[in-house]
Design a protein around this ligand. Sequence first.
Ligand SMILES: [Zn+2]
Ligand SMILES: [Zn+2]
Length: 344
Amino acid sequence: MNGSRAMEPAAYLDSLRPAGSKRSSKRDLIVNVFLRQEGHLTAEDLVELIRREESARSDSSPAQPRMSRATVYRTLQWMVEAGIARKVDFGEGRLRFEHSYRHPRHFHLICKSCNRSFEFLSSDIEALLEEVAAARHFTARQSVLQIHGTCESCRTGRASTVEGGTTELIFARDALRIAIATERSGLEFYSRAAAMTRDARGRRVFEKLAAEEHEHLGTLEKRYRDLLQQDPQLESRPTFLFFKGAANGLFSAATERLRQGVDDRQALMIGIKCERGSHRFFKRYGDKFEDSEGKKIFLEFADEERAHLALLIREYRSLVERQRRRGRGRGGKRRPRRQSAALS
Ligand SMILES: [Zn+2]
Ligand SMILES: [Zn+2]
């Protein structure tokens, strides 16, 4: 048992049970069967699965009455209210249900030929939805986005070999890819800033940050390799989390600015802006997800960025103070600093 994993199903169910309420073996059976499913089930699908489960068990307890359809429907309704299940409507004239246990919220692609649905998420779309809601002073509770059309295997007639896999694993894979990309561009930024900074102490800060980014990059890459062990096809499964710019783009833009030439103070200030933006992005994004490995990856990364931010702010203040004292030593007159573009 890996201590870093999210809550186990039994603990998860106990956490949802109202205080003082009794366990019900029927309800537990329905919930457990439901949590084992990966796709989007209709209520009838679930009834069917429960009946199959019951007949598999009937050797041990032949006297058990069959679970009624009404019990399954009632329990589904309870699961929706308790936040275990989410209702999804693909416009087929009946509802489907998916569980939310370690299963991050997402959008859907729906194939009209085979009726299968595929999950995805995009931080850019989410940011845009939030922006629209905020501009209209609207409190958003839920955003539904569906793309209807024809899937690749229906269009080409070839069965896709990489579909499937659990959303949780794919989400963790994508969260790690994003963290790794951000870490890489952070490393590039700090290495360049260290090479350019003339203030000895400021340079050591950038070198320290570059070393930290380098070390953490190694940790993230190892975690990525460990994750791949859990599913040999994980690497080639379709992208779940689409992610254009956000924090990664911040550092790339900052490195570009360094190329144009900045002084020590400006370099520190650019670093501060990047770390602050990166921390905010990963914290806000990570906070929104259901308990999952991907959520953990985002929140741990946010903590690391916050530590870097604190270090940079301390250094910035101390550099300003040193420069002020040095300036006074020279008779209080501050000369404009020359740019060190020659280093780039
Ligand atoms: Zn299809
Ligand atoms: Zn779904």
